[in-house]
Structures are given as structure tokens and as C-alpha cells.
Design a protein. Structure first.
Length: 395
């Protein structure tokens, strides 16, 4: 009893719950060992630890509807070697309870941390998932199941990513399984880590930018929307709450240092940072960056945007296998139809044009700043200026 109390205190387990579980397990064991006709009940003396086994012999007649007995007589059938059997059962029961308590403790700690970024060390990689050690005693599962074989499972690893033992990686928590849930949601859930993490979720990009960009962490710059094709390309729409701060420049950083750190963590996944606008036409035009847009026609009722681009910009606007247009549509929430200038002709009435048709001067479209190493700035120039907000001092 002293050992049980010490274990319960160490593992933060209810002592009475531990003893009740042990009594229930012993009752099932002794019913089989003693080959009892009726069910058994086991009691453990809370002070001395002595064990008593009783056979519950029914008294009277069973209920005519349910066939169950209402009254029972306890017959003492305690065997001589009760302690030996109790020790064997206690070992397995206590081990199971300790595992459950550990999983419940992890659940209580991490259930409110969904969408948080966590760093970890790769412990083991299997064909279906990778086990990541977050800290001592806490592990997470990074699933990469073959969805053709296991359609009910998840694949949270970008295509082409492989992990080595002891490699450090950053992931985002997408689920924390409740160990007391009566309905398992995954195969072998009870033997798998409670925490499920992802490398493909858009929240990973959001959290990485919060780490690298102080303005986002402080709330001065806000990430409005993210569209991602993990492992290939992502688009991030940002807006500033201060009129004199360039949100794109803040996210890109000096010489692209901030966005480069995000790209390196994402294994060279291309990340386009564009400026959000409350004007749908300008927002759609920005989302198709780096392509230059001539005009955009908006149908607000159908959430449909018709975009006209110069002939030499058509393939850039659509992107490889339609990737740029697809990500722009996800980012903005608009259906986007892209046409070249020669094909569009005069199809779009001038009254519906929501972007200035006058083509911008290429020299003023992007910031004119060039570093000492000859690297040009890739930020957009501010309206009426040849420089972005970061390099405005060179005006």
C-alpha cells in the first residue's frame, strides 16, 4: 500500500481510482482461476493491503423481463496464494494505468496548443509515420500514410521530404487525441502518440513568419490569408495597420533575409508575399504576382474575376500546370479567369474595369534600390515613388 500511494503521488494518479481498477482486474482473474460459477468481487483493505475474494451468489428469483438477479450473497472464496496472483495482476494493471495517466497528462497540457509551432528531434521513421520527440517523455506523430491504402488516415509530409535520425525539424500541432474518447479515430490509436503534427498545414507558414518577423508577432503586420501547395509554392497575403509601414517589405526583410529563413525551414518551398487589399480587383491583381495585370473585372454576385494580362505575361500568370492561378484563387476566394490582351480585345466594358488600364512604368513597378553587391530589391515601389517603404530614404 505504501508503494501504491507513492506511485500514485509521483504519477499524479488518484489513489482510490488505482485501487478500484486493481480490484476489478483481480475479480476477473480470480473468476477464471477459481472457475467460479458466478461473478467474483475483490476488495483490498486500504490500510493493510490484505485482499479478499468473494463469489456473488444470487439470491431469490431473477427478474422475469431482464433475467437478472437483484440480490446477491457474498461467499468468501479467498485462496491461500492470493498475494502471488495479485502481484502479477498489479504489475500489468499499474503499467496500463500509468500509460493512460501519462497520455491524459499530455492531452491536458497540449489540447489548447493546436496550431502552435513546436520543434523536435526525429526518433524513428516508419513507412507510415515519423515519431518526433518534443521533449523528454513527450512524443508526436508526423503521419505520411499512403492515402490510397489508408484513405481514413492523414499525410502531413510534403512530397519529397525525408528525415534522418536525430534531425531537428519544426512542425505545427494539428490534433491532440483524447485518450478517454470512447470512439477511436485512428488505427491503433492507443499505442500511437497523442499529439499529431504537420509539415503541410498553412499554419506552419504563419507561425514561421511570426518567429522571423517582429512586426507580425507584435500585430503591426497581419497575415490575412495563406494558400499553400506544400513542398512547391505558397502565397501569403499581408496587410499593415500602420500607413507608413510596407508589410511586404517587412516580411521579406533586408536583402530577403526574413523570408529566406522561412524558405530554408520549408526546404526551399517558394513563398510569394503579396499585399492584401480591401479592393477585390487590386487584391486579385496582387495575388497573380509576379505577373503584371492590365485590368480586372469583378462579378461580386458570382465571386468571379476576369483578369486581362499582356500576351507575354499569360504563361507567368497561369504558372506551371496552372499553379500560380490556382494559388491566387485559393488566396483570394475568387474564381479567376485569365485572358491575354489580344484575346480579350474589347470584351470587358470600360465601366467594369476596376484597375487602371494605363500600364505602369516597369521602372517604377518594383523598388529601384540596388545593394552594394548588385542585388536589386524585389519589393513593390510605393505609389508615386520609385522605392518601397524600406528604401524610401534613397528617394
Amino acid at each position: 500500500m505504501d508503494a501504491l500511494q507513492a506511485l500514485a503521488h509521483e504519477r499524479k494518479i488518484d489513489e482510490f481510482y488505482l485501487i478500484e481498477r486493481l480490484e476489478a482486474s483481480l475479480a476477473k482473474s480470480y473468476q477464471n482461476i477459481l472457475d467460479l460459477e458466478w461473478e467474483a468481487r475483490v476488495t483490498i483493505d486500504r490500510s493493510t493491503g490484505r485482499i479478499y475474494v468473494y463469489e456473488l451468489v444470487p439470491v431469490g428469483e431473477p427478474d422475469p423481463e431482464t433475467g437478472e438477479y437483484a440480490d446477491f450473497e457474498e461467499k468468501d472464496v479467498t485462496p491461500a496464494n492470493v498475494s502471488r496472483t495479485a502481484a502479477q495482476n498489479a504489475k500489468s494493471v499499474i503499467a496500463a494505468i500509468v500509460r493512460e495517466a501519462g497520455r491524459q497528462s499530455i492531452y491536458e497540457e497540449f489540447r489548447d496548443r493546436v496550431d502552435d509551432i513546436v520543434g523536435g528531434t526525429v526518433l524513428q521513421t516508419t513507412p507510415d509515420f515519423t515519431i518526433i520527440k518534443i521533449r523528454e517523455g513527450v512524443e508526436a506523430e508526423l503521419p505520411h500514410y499512403d492515402l490510397k491504402r489508408f484513405p481514413d488516415e492523414q499525410n502531413e509530409v510534403p512530397a519529397g521530404e525525408r528525415y534522418r535520425h536525430n534531425q531537428r525539424i519544426k512542425t505545427v500541432i494539428i490534433e491532440v487525441r483524447d485518450p478517454r474518447s470512447m470512439e477511436p479515430r485512428a488505427r491503433g490509436e492507443q499505442t500511437r502518440p497523442s499529439i499529431v503534427v504537420s509539415r503541410t498545414h498553412p499554419s506552419l507558414i504563419r507561425r514561421l513568419f511570426e518567429i522571423e518577423v517582429p512586426e507580425i508577432y507584435d500585430g503591426v503586420v497581419e497575415i490575412k490569408s495563406i494558400a499553400r501547395e506544400a513542398g512547391a509554392r505558397s502565397k501569403v497575403a499581408v496587410a499593415s495597420r500602420e500607413s507608413n509601414l510596407d508589410p511586404v517589405g517587412a516580411c521579406v526583410g533586408p536583402k530577403g533575409s526574413r523570408v529566406r529563413m522561412v524558405v530554408e525551414e520549408l526546404r526551399n518551398e517558394r513563398v510569394d508575399v503579396i499585399q492584401w487589399s480591401d479592393d477585390p480587383a487590386k487584391y486579385v491583381a496582387n495575388a497573380l504576382s509576379p505577373a503584371r495585370v492590365t485590368r480586372v473585372t469583378i462579378d461580386e454576385d458570382k465571386q468571379y474575376a476576369t483578369v486581362v494580362v499582356p500576351d507575354d505575361q499569360l504563361s507567368l500568370a497561369i504558372g506551371k500546370e496552372g499553379q500560380n492561378a490556382r494559388l491566387a484563387a485559393r488566396l483570394t476566394g475568387w474564381h479567376i479567369d485569365i485572358k491575354s490582351s489580344s484575346y480579350a480585345g474589347q470584351m470587358v466594358p470600360e465601366t467594369n474595369i476596376l484597375i487602371d488600364e494605363e500600364p505602369e512604368d516597369e521602372e517604377t513597378e518594383f523598388c529601384s534600390y540596388v545593394s552594394e553587391a548588385g542585388v536589386p530589391c524585389r519589393n513593390h515601389a510605393r505609389p508615386g515613388s520609385r522605392y518601397c517603404g524600406i528604401h524610401a530614404e534613397f528617394e
